[in-house]
Design a protein around this ligand. Structure first.
Ligand code: ADP
Ligand code: MG
Length: 259
């Protein structure tokens, strides 16, 4: 299912954060959103998931304005992992993942067997089965991030939105999370839209890169086209070298600030 924004404008207080942004996030692809701190990346992601519905313009889920859909209907299509997610105290991993089933429940109905199966699947997909009975509070950063991802997966979303999912993780745990995301995209055709802090991760793991700066989209397209040395200088004010690594992927190596 395709997600798109058309002339999306978001203001917070009297400050306009996103200025008439239009973009399509193609179905089944992995799109990375990159840009400097404060560019409006998280703001864009929150509008895309209808966490913030206070916007002008349109957010279109499968061509339909997202505000016309109910909270649970949206949650069955879109899962979002926000920055700095925290679990309620005394929650075990399995309980937290089970919260992800909320869009499939009502006061009167609940398919216990289905819920259990999906929770187990979500924990397996994120490699947290062994942690199922642990308290979420006691987990390491990498474990916690995978557990929150499992909770989002329990929603069985077709579209996965991730806000800087690897921040604060060491390099191996960063790759662990990115590998899981790639596998979800490949095995289930999940559309992935991820804000990435690390430009090299965007180059390595995204089919498409969208550059956001000062509330405007500066470029969108395949990584090789979009992520040039000039664009990097424009966007981040950093001079860099580009190498092609042994996998044939471009890698940026920052040198110095543009003077
Ligand atoms: P990014 O994720 O790209 O770092 P954000 O989308 O979080 O940027 O924020 C974009 C701009 O909006 C920033 O200038 C930030 O200070 C401002 N902003 C975000 N949320 C709020 C808020 N709740 N109140 C006031 N300003 C906000
Ligand atoms: Mg952010």
């Amino acid at each position: 299912m395709e997600l798109a924004v058309k002339n999306l404008q978001v203001s917070i207080g009297d400050k306009e954060i996103l200025h008439s942004v239009s973009a399509v996030f193609p179905q089944g692809k992995r799109t990375a959103i990159i840009g400097p701190n404060g560019a409006g990346k998280s703001t864009l992601l929150k509008a895309l998931a209808a966490i913030n519905t206070d916007y002008q313009g349109e957010v279109l889920l499968g061509g339909q304005e997202i505000r016309a859909l109910g909270r649970k209907a949206i949650a069955r299509k879109i899962g979002i992992l926000l920055q700095g997610a925290v679990a309620p105290p005394d929650t075990t991993v399995r309980q937290l993942v089970d919260y992800g089933r909320f869009p499939y429940r009502s006061l009167f109905s609940r398919d216990v067997k289905q819920d259990r199966e999906v929770v187990e699947w979500a924990m397996a997909a994120t490699q947290v089965v062994k942690l199922a009975d642990r308290q979420v509070q006691t987990l390491s950063g990498g474990e916690r991030q995978r557990v929150f991802l499992a909770m989002v997966l329990a929603q069985q979303p077709q579209i996965l939105l991730l806000d800087e999912p690897t921040t604060y993780l060491d390099i191996a745990h960063q790759l662990e999370v990115m590998d899981i995301v790639v596998r979800l995209n490949k095995d289930y055709g999940m559309t992935v839209i991820m804000v990435l802090h690390d430009i090299n991760h965007a180059l390595q793991y995204a089919d498409e890169i969208l550059i956001l700066k000062d509330g405007l989209i500066k470029a969108q397209g395949n990584p090789g086209e979009v992520m040039t040395v000039e664009r990097l200088a424009d966007t981040f004010g950093v001079k860099a070298d580009v190498f092609v690594n042994s996998q044939g992927k471009s890698v940026l190596s920052p040198l110095e600030l543009v003077k």
